[in-house]
Ligand binder design. Structure first.
Ligand code: NAP
Length: 321
């Protein structure tokens, strides 16, 4: 069969022949893949930088996707860490880590949106007791997951939704998705902190895709300008596009009722994540979210790979089109 094959961690995957997968265990199922999203996690899997990488090659990247098994049902599935990923004509899944999609689901939209939308959906459902009317700050709102977080917060009835990001053009589109305010994070650090303090000091929950220095500065700004420092503030660490570590000011943790939690595989169990997927898939299928997907034939994987880091669209590889 044809697949996207990584033979060297220094180069983009190539469209090549790869042995077809075989199902071994009872719950395993061979799937004809229809669509697989090129998420940041897939890029780090393919360049060997993800912490789960075993260094073994060749590998087929792809951590999730949409496809059909022999039962003919359209499924969304998540794979464990494996060298037989989803960017191939066929893959093998554990049926227990899949959901059957509702009638009318668009495989491209589901493959593009599930991973980025899941990040905030699961965080707000599983890592904090989120209530309608609470205020949310999305830190790093200009990427796919950040845009989804604005929309998920709106769906869950958030009061204020402040979207903060470094690119003015992309930030400008977020009020149409539900942001009640935006904060530009470029320019001098002091100015950005002042703007954040003014706009988001009343946040109840922060959904943080940045970490690094920008998150530490944002934390200091939000806490310093907080009118009621006894009001709980939950900072949910989800992504680290601005740095794997952050110099968190100790005073921020003492001076306000701030708690920092993470959300992702591990801090939320697979069972808890899977339990959230059917409702999320229904919202995607119902068209609740604006999904900016770029479907691309799998044969073009090598050419399109570098674009993934530059485009605001989520590239979705389609092995059968
Ligand atoms: N824990 C989970 O469950 C989970 C699930 C999904 C994703 N994630 C993580 O969430 C993060 C975002 O994912 P994504 O799908 O949204 O990726 P994406 O679509 O590639 O977006 C990443 C965004 O990060 C922004 N960015 C990069 N460096 C920045 C910096 N120094 N300051 C401010 N913004 C910066 C870019 O903003 P501009 O557009 O402004 O350049 C870009 O739009 C990744 O780290 C991903 O691994 C976690």
């Amino acid at each position: 069969m044809k697949a996207a094959v990584v033979s060297s961690f220094g180069s983009a995957p190539r469209y090549e022949e790869f042995p077809s997968p075989a199902a071994a265990a009872d719950d395993e199922m061979i799937i004809d893949v229809i669509a697989a999203g090129l998420h940041p996690r897939v890029r780090s899997q393919a360049d060997g930088s993800h912490y789960t990488s075993t260094g073994e090659l060749p590998l087929v990247p792809g951590i999730d996707g949409v496809g059909r098994g022999r039962d003919g049902l359209l499924r969304y599935f998540i794979l464990p860490d494996t060298r037989m990923g989803t960017m191939a004509e066929q893959t093998v899944i554990d049926a227990r880590r899949s959901i059957v999609l509702p009638a009318g689901s668009d495989p491209i939209a589901v493959a593009a949106a599930m991973n980025p939308a899941m990040s905030s959906w699961v965080a707000l459902r599983q890592r904090v007791h989120f209530e309608a009317g609470q205020n949310v700050l999305v830190l790093g709102a200009t990427g796919s997951a950040g845009q989804m977080a604005v929309q998920v917060a709106k769906l869950f009835g958030a009061g204020q939704i402040i979207a903060a990001g470094r690119t003015a053009g992309r930030l400008a589109g977020l009020p149409a998705l539900g942001a009640t305010g935006t904060v530009l994070l470029d320019g001098d650090a002091g100015g950005a902190a002042r703007r954040l303090g003014q706009s988001a000091s009343d946040a109840d929950v922060v959904i943080d895709y940045l970490w690094g220095q920008p998150a530490a500065a944002a934390m200091a700004a939000v806490v310093t300008d907080r009118a009621d420092r006894g009001k709980p503030l939950t900072w949910i660490q989800i992504g680290s596009v601005a740095g794997a570590t952050a110099p968190i000011p100790s005073a921020a943790l003492r001076a306000a009722r701030l708690q920092i939690v993470g959300s992702g595989q591990g801090s939320v169990s697979s069972r808890e994540i899977l339990a959230e997927l059917p409702a999320l898939a229904r919202e995607i299928t119902a068209g609740t979210f604006h999904v900016d997907a770029r479907p691309t034939p799998l044969a073009d994987v090598e050419q399109v790979w570098a674009d993934a880091a530059r485009t605001a669209q989520r590239i979705v590889l389609t092995p059968r089109i």
